[in-house]
Design a protein around this ligand. Structure first.
Ligand code: FMN
Length: 370
């Protein structure tokens, strides 16, 4: 009985992971609300005293030095099609000196035969900063199963030789997902315990709804090593789960998905808010160019994370990933020169202007300065 249940859970999860990848490749999974980059303006320096060749994009993050302040955000693993995607993205991370995250690794804990779909990342990117991934809701008891054990969480790290573990926060996604986990109480305490005991740094990562200033400061106090704000703008898992709910004729999930698809704190606003925690900050959610990245860095991010654009590029082939990364690096380096900076970190000390809705968010919440 238990073995049959385990098999069906593994199959459901494998199917869900494959569906996430398939749905995310379609149009209609990005929010209408933007991440806010359009409202952030950098100030041109007509006398920069910086040669383009002197711009150095290298960025320290979690004990590594990235060649670019770019993380391939965690997306997949746990189903047959994932090995090819993860392999291609990992080779790009290795070639370009990027960090790379994985999709949730729970599937491989339920069915260890799926470990290679994740382990391919470390095989193909032996030198990269590799960040494992598990859902925060797995750290507490759910209605149908207990919290993951410490041994299981160590296995998540070991199966990929992870340099850090991302705990993803996704209450919004779980709420819309037909088979989602609805319990969330106790997660903060579990994150605190894990930060003290796991043996690798913990990155707490939202997945589309952003992290508020107070939450960022609480996470810092719990011992978390870095934050990924995962803000509103870009790929929305409320929209992805709405598609799945509709396919399953799940009226609750599809109606809720309609109602909350645009919920959350836009990425630019969340970066400005979370900056006060003083932790390394990754800006993910709707970063689509080196210019968006420069704006995120000006607001206080250490690096940016990019998911869907690199998934679309991976579908085209490895040259398309290289072209995307090259364009990103060229634009970012040029913007650094145009603002008189030689390093990405200097952008945070250059003037910038915030307008429109993004300014209203920041001003109302008092998140602009600090
Ligand atoms: C197909 C797909 C699967 C994803 N799976 C995960 C996951 O398992 N864990 C996680 O933390 N984030 C996951 N994400 C979220 C991304 O890491 C990222 O936060 C989000 O897509 C926003 O970035 P984007 O606008 O550049 O796509 C996934 C994204 C995509 C596109």
């Amino acid at each position: 009985m238990a073995a049959t249940l385990r098999r069906s859970t593994a199959e459901t999860m494998r199917q869900r992971k494959a569906e996430h990848l398939e749905v995310a490749l379609d149009d209609g999974v990005e929010t209408v609300t933007g991440p806010g980059w359009h409202d952030v303006h950098l100030v041109h320096e007509a006398l920069p005293e910086v040669d383009l060749d002197a711009v150095d994009l290298r960025t320290p993050l979690l004990g590594h030095t990235l060649d670019l302040p770019l993380l391939i955000a965690g997306m997949t693993g746990g189903h047959d099609g994932a090995t090819v995607v993860n392999g291609a993205l990992a080779r790009a991370a290795q070639r370009h000196g990027l960090a790379i995250g994985l999709g949730s690794q729970r599937a491989a804990l339920v069915d260890p035969t799926l470990e290679p779909t994740y382990a391919v990342v470390r095989e193909q990117a032996p030198d990269a900063l590799v960040i494992g991934n598990i859902g925060a809701v797995q750290l507490i008891d759910q209605d149908d199963r207990p919290a993951l054990t410490f041994a299981q969480l160590r296995r998540v790290v070991e199966m990929i030789g992870a340099d850090a573990l991302a705990i993803h926060l996704n209450v919004l996604e779980e709420a819309v997902q037909p088979e989602g986990d609805r319990r969330a109480r106790g997660v903060a305490e579990a994150i605190g315990e894990l930060s003290a005991t796991l043996g690798v740094p913990i990155v707490v990562k939202e997945t589309g709804a952003g992290i508020a200033r107070g939450t960022a400061e609480r996470l810092r106090d719990l011992g978390v090593a870095a934050l990924d704000v995962g803000g509103l703008g870009g790929t929305s898992f409320a929209l992805v789960e709405r598609v799945r709910a509709r396919r399953q004729h799940d009226l609750r999930g599809s109606a809720l998905g309609d109602d909350v698809a645009e919920w959350g704190i836009p990425t630019a606003v969340s970066v400005a808010g979370a900056r006060s925690a003083g932790l390394p900050l990754i800006a993910t959610g709707g970063v689509r160019s080196g210019l968006d990245a420069a704006k995120a860095l000006a607001l206080g991010a250490t690096a940016v994370g990019v998911a869907r654009p690199l998934l679309l590029a991976a579908r085209e082939g490895e040259e398309a990933i290289d072209a995307w990364v090259l364009r990103f690096a060229t634009t970012l380096a040029t913007v650094l020169q145009l603002t008189g900076c030689t390093t990405p970190a200097q952008l945070a000390r250059r003037p910038h202007v915030v307008t429109g809705v993004t300014r209203a968010w920041m001003d109302d919440l008092g998140w602009r300065a600090r």
